[in-house]
Design a protein around this ligand. Structure first.
Ligand SMILES: Nc1ncnc2c1ncn2[C@@H]1O[C@H](COP(=O)(O)OP(=O)(O)OP(=O)(O)O)[C@@H](O)[C@H]1O
Ligand SMILES: [Mg+2]
Length: 251
């Protein structure tokens, strides 16, 4: 199947007094293998709820959700990166990345090899002996990304991963992420509040809105890859931003 995620008439939410409360409903979603999709939408609309369901932490209230991520041997089908990397302060950088691999059936040597490889991918090869408190916010976030990459996921879910970073670090990490994505063939589902970031990174940007929420507008991003921060890109981003802002208002 070409799609790695397929949702049909999906409703997600929670239970209150034994009654289902829908956060999202009537959602149809098809994500192609290798695609970079970004979800945007107002706070509380259900973006994290959707990621949690895709990674298997919650079940649909109704409808269907098929995820066809295939793990590599000794890997995981999917991995989630949070806004706050949630590192363990008492473990060194290498130990934090190893943590994600501990439940997997791998030799210690292979785990260390994988963890080091992931750290090199995010440019932190020389930082493995540091503790989280000895790192900048951007470096900590990269450790979180390395921890996710180390399990070699087929599907990478990222929930506002760069939200807390300064603009320059953020742009650097966006470009690093795009390089990693291009070289690995994985599928990325990204959540952000920053429409510029959404457009710059993605093949497709989807707006969730309403109560309960559904996908209310969608944009295919036709910018060439590799992406550049040039004038054409900025003009294009401006246009999409306007159109999404209008859809936001109308929602
Ligand atoms: N167990 C629960 N009990 C009560 N409300 C819940 C529960 N789980 C989720 N919600 C509600 O579901 C809605 C969607 O939450 P979710 O975290 O998915 O939003 P979000 O789009 O990720 O928002 P943000 O942009 O602020 O991160 C919110 O209104 C939240 O309060
Ligand atoms: Mg959220």
């Amino acid at each position: 199947m070409a799609n790695i995620v397929e949702a049909r008439d999906l409703a997600l939410g929670y239970w209150r007094d034994k009654e289902p409360v829908a956060v999202l409903s009537g959602l149809d979603l098809y994500i192609k293998r290798g695609e970079f999709l970004t979800l945007v939408g107002p706070s509380g609309v259900g973006k994290s709820t959707l990621l949690r369901a895709i990674i298997g932490l919650s079940r649909p209230l109704s409808g269907t959700l098929d995820v066809n991520a295939h793990p590599n041997p000794g890997g995981r089908p999917s991995a989630l990166v949070f806004q706050d990397p949630r590192l363990m302060p008492w473990r060194r950088v290498l130990g934090n990345v190893l943590f994600g691999l501990e439940a997997l059936d791998l030799s210690r040597t292979e785990r260390v090899r994988r963890a080091r490889e992931a750290l090199a991918k995010v440019g932190l090869a020389d930082y493995e002996k540091r503790f989280p408190m000895q790192l900048s916010g951007g470096q900590r976030q990269r450790v979180g990304l390395a921890r996710a990459l180390a399990v070699q996921p087929d599907l990478l879910l990222m929930d506002e991963p760069f939200g807390a970073l300064d603009a320059i670090t953020r742009e650097n990490l966006q470009d690093q992420l795009l390089d990693l994505w291009r070289n690995s063939g994985i599928t990325v589902i990204f959540v952000t509040h920053d429409i510029e970031e959404a457009v710059y990174l993605s093949d497709r940007v989807m707006l969730l809105s309403g109560t309960p929420a559904a996908a209310t507008s969608e944009h295919r991003i036709d910018l060439p890859r590799p992406r550049r921060r040039d004038e054409d890109t900025m003009t294009y981003i401006g246009e999409i931003k306007q159109s999404l802002a209008d859809a936001f208002q109308g929602a």
